[in-house]
Design a binder for this molecule. Structure first.
Ligand code: M6R
Length: 605
C-alpha cells in the first residue's frame, strides 16, 4: 500500500524525506511526491513511477523547507499519473494518504456545489479540498483538519501540512498504521518504524481512531472519543544491516539466503534452552479447541494450507483454511470451542485484520502469527506469535513463508500435546528433526546454480504448472504464485491427482510442468500423475531427492534435492520454488523486488 512520511526538522527536509520514502517504496511505486513549507510558501514536487524519478526531479527543481510530507503511491482511485500523485493540495493545505475514503463521492459532490472542483481522480484530493473549505470558512488549520476527519469514512493514515505553518503537522490513523517518531528537536510521522529507522528509534504507535498534532516540541494525541491519550513511547531496535541488501543483488536474494538462520532463530526462540520442549506463550492452549480456522492472504494462506496437514496429522484437530477476504463475508460458523489463527507477515493486511476483528469474542482464542511485532494484528489478537524473520523488504514473500511454516508447525505440536495426541517424548523427537532444518535449507540453497539453469528454460514460456501431493500441493500453489508475481508468467499449482480432472487438457510440448515430489509415502502416486503428463509430451521438471529420481525413471529435466524427513519437505522445497521464480525474473528482466502492480503491505480491502 502507500507509504507516508512527515518531518518537522532542523535541516532541509526534502532529501531526508526522499531517503525515508526509499525505505517505504516496497509499499507502492506507482508515483511519489513531497510537499514542504518554506517560510510562507507551500510547494510540492511529484513524479510518476519509481522514486528515482522524483529524486531526479528534485535535482533539477529542489524543494526548500524544514517541514515536509512525502508519499509513495500504490494506486487505488485513479490511474498512476502525476495529477493523481500525492501530496494533494488545495489552497493552504497539502495531504498525503494511505487507505481508501469510502464516502469520497458524496463529499466530492458537496464540494462541487460550493465551487471546489477536483483536479485529480483520487479520493485523497477530497480530503485536501474539504480541509481547504473549512479553512476558508475561518477555521484554524487544526480545527479544519479535525472537522474534515469527522466527515471521513473508510480506512486511512493521513498527514496534513499547512502553508505558513512551519511548526505544525497533523496525523490521523483509522484502519491504516501510522507511527510518530521523536527526535532531538525534530518530530516525524511514518507508515512504519522502518521508514524512520535512521532518524530515530523512539516511536509512538498511534491506535485506531487516534489523531495527533505535532510540533517540534512534541506530539499531542487524542483518541477516537476526542480525549487526550497517552500512548507509550517504545524503543525500536532496527539494525540498518537488516534493511540493506548485504551485498546481494536484490532484497529477495538476500531474504532467500537468510532462511537457514531465520528458521534456526525462530526454532530457538519458541523452544526450551535445550530445544527439547516447546516454549510457546502460556496462554496458547488447545485443550478445549475442537476446531481451528487458519485465515490469511496470499503466501500466508498457502502456509496455512500446509499447516492444515500438520494440525490434522499431529493433533487430530479439524482445520479449515480460508482467504481473509472471503472468510469475513461468508458468515463463517464460529463457536466457543473454535480457535482462529491469522497469519500475516506485515500484520497490517486489511482483509486479515478485518477477519480477526470479525471473530473477536466469538471464538475461544485468536492468535496472530506475524512478522511485525508492533503491527495491528499482533496487538489485537489474544496471542501474538512472532515469526522473527526480520524485515522482509522484497514484495515477494520468501523467508516470512518458511518462518510462518515454522511457527505453525510448532503450534501443531503444541496442539498435539494439549490434545493428548503427542507425549513430551514425541514432541522432543519432532523438535530434534527440526534441528536439522537449517543444514538442509543450506543444502537446498547450494542448488542455486542448477536452479538458475532450469530457469533459463522458463524464459520464453507464457504458462507453467506446478504439481504436488499432500503438503506439496499448497507448496505447488505457492511456487506458482512466486513465478506469477516475479516473472509475469501465468502459473498454477495443482494437486497432482487433480490434473486428470481437467487441467491435463492444457498439456502440450510448450507447457512446463514442475513436479515437487520428495520420495515420501505418496511418491508412487505422484509419479503416475507425472507419467500422464509425459505421455502427452509435457515438459516435466521433476524436483526430488536421489532416491525419488532413481525410482521415477527418465524425465526431460530434474533437480536433485537433499533427502528430507517428511515434516521438513515443505520448508526445503520452498527454496527451489523461490529460486526458480527469482531466476526466471532475472532471465525475463522483470523488477525482482518491486514487481509491477504490487505492493508489500495491502492495507485496503
Ligand atoms: O503481510 P501479509 O502476509 O498479510 O501479506 C499477504 C499477501 O499480500 C502476501 O503474502 C502476498 O501474497 C505476497 N506478495 C506473496 O509473495
Amino acid at each position: 500500500m502507500c507509504g507516508i512520511v512527515g518531518i518537522l526538522g532542523r535541516h532541509q527536509v526534502a532529501p531526508i524525506i526522499l531517503e525515508a520514502l526509499r525505505r517505504l517504496e516496497y509499499r507502492g511505486y506507482d508515483s511519489a511526491g513531497i510537499a514542504t513549507v518554506n517560510e510562507s510558501r507551500l510547494d510540492r514536487r511529484r513524479a510518476l513511477g519509481k522514486l528515482v524519478n522524483l529524486s531526479d526531479l528534485l535535482v533539477h527543481d529542489p524543494l526548500p523547507g524544514k517541514a515536509g510530507i512525502g508519499h509513495t503511491r500504490w494506486a487505488t482511485h485513479g490511474a498512476p499519473t502525476v495529477a493523481n500523485a500525492h501530496p494533494h493540495r488545495a489552497g493552504r493545505v497539502a495531504v498525503v494518504h494511505n487507505g481508501i475514503i469510502e464516502n469520497f463521492r458524496t463529499l466530492r459532490a458537496e464540494l462541487a456545489q460550493v465551487g471546489l472542483a477536483h483536479e485529480s481522480d483520487t479520493d485523497t484530493e477530497t480530503i485536501a479540498l474539504l480541509t481547504r473549505y473549512y479553512m476558508d470558512q475561518g477555521m484554524a488549520p487544526q480545527q479544519a483538519a479535525f472537522a474534515t476527519l469527522d466527515r471521513l469514512e473508510g480506512a486511512f493514515a493521513l498527514a496534513f501540512l499547512f502553508q505558513g505553518e512551519d511548526d505544525l503537522m497533523i496525523g490521523a490513523r483509522q484502519g491504516s498504521p501510522l507511527a510518530v517518531g521523536h527526535g532531538e528537536g525534530e518530530m516525524y510521522l511514518g507508515s512504519d518504524a522502518l521508514a524512520l529507522a535512521p532518524l530515530t528509534d523512539r516511536i509512538t504507535y498511534l491506535e485506531e481512531g487516534d489523531r495527533v498534532v505535532i510540533t517540534r516540541a512534541g506530539a499531542q494525541i487524542t483518541d477516537a472519543q476526542g480525549r487526550r491519550a497517552n500512548r507509550p513511547l517504545t524503543r525500536v531496535a532496527l539494525d540498518q544491516a537488516m534493511v540493506d541488501k548485504a551485498g546481494h543483488r536484490h532484497f529477495m536474494a538476500k531474504e532467500i539466503a537468510e532462511q537457514p538462520a531465520v528458521l534456526g532463530a525462530a526454532l530457538g526462540f519458541h523452544t526450551s534452552p535445550e530445544k527439547t520442549a516447546l516454549a510457546l506463550p502460556e496462554g496458547l492452549n488447545f485443550t478445549s479447541t475442537d476446531r481451528l480456522v487458519l485465515v490469511a492472504c496470499g503466501t500466508g494462506h498457502y502456509a496455512a494450507q500446509v499447516a492444515k496437514y500438520w494440525f490434522e496429522s499431529l493433533a487430530g484437530l479439524p482445520v479449515e483454511t480460508d482467504i481473509a477476504s472471503e472468510f469475513r463475508y461468508r458468515q463463517p460458523v464460529l463457536g466457543a470451542r473454535m480457535s482462529a489463527v491469522f497469519i500475516s507477515q506485515s500484520g497490517e493486511t486489511a482483509d486479515t485484520l478485518a477477519a480477526l476483528r470479525h471473530v473477536q469474542g466469538a471464538v475461544a482464542q485468536t492468535v496472530g502469527v506475524v512478522n511485525v511485532p508492533t503491527s495491528s494484528i499482533a496487538r489485537e489478537a489474544d496471542i501474538a506469535l512472532p515469526i522473527l524473520a526480520g524485515p522482509e523488504i522484497s514484495v515477494a514473500s520468501t523467508k516470512a513463508f518458511t518462518a510462518q511454516l515454522m511457527v505453525l508447525l510448532l503450534m501443531a505440536l503444541k496442539a498435539g500435546q494439549d490434545r493428548g495426541h503427542l507425549d513430551a517424548g514425541a514432541v522432543a523427537g519432532h523438535l530434534a528433526t527440526l534441528q536439522r532444518l537449517p543444514g538442509l535449507m543450506r543444502a537446498a540453497l547450494d542448488r542455486e546454480g542448477e536452479i538458475a539453469d532450469l530457469a533459463q528454460g522458463l524464459g520464453g514460456v507464457n504458462h507453467a504448472l506446478f504439481l504436488g501431493r499432500g503438503p506439496m500441493f499448497p507448496l505447488a500453489a505457492e511456487a506458482a504464485l512466486k513465478l506469477k508475481e516475479l516473472s509475469y508468467i501465468h502459473a498454477e499449482g495443482y494437486a497432482s491427482g487433480e490434473l486428470k480432472h481437467g487441467p491435463i487438457a492444457l498439456i502440450d510440448e510448450m507447457m512446463p510442468v514442475v513436479v515437487l515430489a520428495p520420495r515420501d509415502a505418496l511418491f508412487a502416486k505422484t509419479v503416475s500423475n507425472m507419467q500422464e503428463v509425459l505421455a502427452r509430451q509435457g515438459r516435466v521438471v521433476l524436483v526430488s531427492d536421489r532416491a525419488g529420481l532413481a525410482e521415477a525413471g527418465p524425465v526431460p529435466e530434474s533437480l536433485v534435492m537433499p533427502q528430507v524427513p517428511d515434516l521438513l519437505a515443505p520448508f526445503v522445497y520452498a527454496v527451489p520454488a523461490q529460486l526458480l521464480a527469482y531466476h526466471a525474473a532475472l532471465v525475463r528482466g522483470t523488477d525482482v523486488d518491486q514487481p509491477r502492480n504490487l505492493a508489500k503491505s495491502v492495507t485496503v480491502e
